[in-house]
Design a protein around this ligand. Structure first.
Ligand code: 8YV
Length: 326
């Protein structure tokens, strides 16, 4: 008689491309969430119970409490490069591998960061709302006059892969003067490739015409841009956040925008998203997008495939492709 080999049981916590589910189904018994229901922590914990693996996204929090209730769990594969939804220390202590999806989203996310910076500086959504509201009745010399991108000083806070992608676009495509601040300085070859100059955070804030945030979220970067930092920026400067909500103090930013202490902001991420600080919704000089920087079809598919391949490689070869705590 043939042995029946049980496939490992995994949870796919959010809706995902059907072809990725089909691929996973060749290797695993799957409980999925194609209805994309929003689960509470208790529901996520209940669904995870008895599973050996999980396909997660940035909205699924895996912490000590969840881990304690799911002792069978061996791996959580995040479909995101950021992993602040994971308590890595707790996962390591519980012997649970964490993986993320680096590299595959770098260029798409850098494209979006650049686009958001341009939309912010050139007041694209503000002027579109004006047009849609039927307020455009005549040309005027200063109508929605914004600031230039070409030749301006691009400041980048957090110079990882995505930060470097934005720097290259600015330096090589738009003749921008690029400055950056990061926990550690890049090597000379990487700096030369981005034509970027390392400066202190203070100089970055004071000098940048357009400041783009691309740093990971942690306790150390919580409210890295608050009232004090905004006060150091030029009144003509713009601020773009494609990193994580919580890096910017949204209430302080809304006040700075309202009082024109900086010219404008572009935000793809928010503290407590999908809720958005109500004050941000009342100021006109901010471009708001719903956390879509990595969202091109090919890139989201590549991210989903990499997360799936991490699960498959771990269970078939004993080694994930992009581990965080191996
Ligand atoms: C994801 C992101 O869309 O990769 C990241 O870190 O922020 C986005 O690309 C989001 O986290 C969903 O998992």
């Amino acid at each position: 008689m043939k042995d029946i080999v049980m496939k490992p049981s995994i949870l796919v916590a959010r809706a995902v491309f059907p072809e990725v589910l089909t691929k996973l189904a060749q290797h695993f018994e799957i409980e999925s969430n194609q209805a994309d229901e929003t689960w509470s922590k208790a529901q996520l914990t209940e669904k995870l119970h008895g599973k050996v693996g999980a396909f997660t996204t940035g909205t699924d929090r895996i912490d000590a409490e969840v881990l304690a209730a799911c002792p069978q769990l061996k791996i959580c594969a995040n479909m995101a490069v950021g992993y602040n939804n994971f308590d890595i220390a707790a996962m390591t202590a519980a012997g649970v591998l964490a993986t993320n999806t680096p590299d595959v989203l770098t260029e798409t996310t850098a494209d979006f960061g650049f686009a958001l910076m341009m939309a912010t500086a050139r007041r694209m959504t503000e002027s579109e709302h004006y047009l849609r509201a039927g307020k455009w009745t005549k040309w005027s010399y200063d109508m929605f006059a914004g600031s230039d991108i070409h030749g301006a000083t691009l400041g980048i806070l957090g110079m990882g892969r995505i930060g470097q992608g934005i720097a290259k676009r600015g330096a090589h495509g738009f003749g921008m003067n690029v400055i950056y601040h990061n926990r550690s300085r890049l090597d000379a070859t990487s700096e030369a490739a981005c034509k970027a100059r390392y400066v202190s955070k203070e100089e970055l804030l004071k000098t940048a015409d357009h400041l783009v945030l691309v740093l990971p979220y942690s306790a150390a970067s919580h409210h890295a841009i608050g009232a004090a930092e905004l006060a150091q920026m030029k009144p003509t400067a713009t601020l773009v956040n494609i990193a994580r909500g919580g890096i910017v103090d949204d209430a302080a930013l809304a006040a700075a925008l309202r009082d024109k202490r900086i010219a404008a902001a572009g935000l793809d991420v928010f503290e407590g998203e999908p809720a958005v600080h109500p004050d941000l919704l009342t100021v006109p000089n901010v471009v708001l997008t719903p956390h879509i920087a990595s969202s091109s079809v090919p890139t989201r598919l590549a991210m989903a495939n990499l997360a799936a391949d991490n699960l498959i490689a771990f269970f078939t070869q004993g080694k994930a492709l992009t581990p965080l705590n191996a």
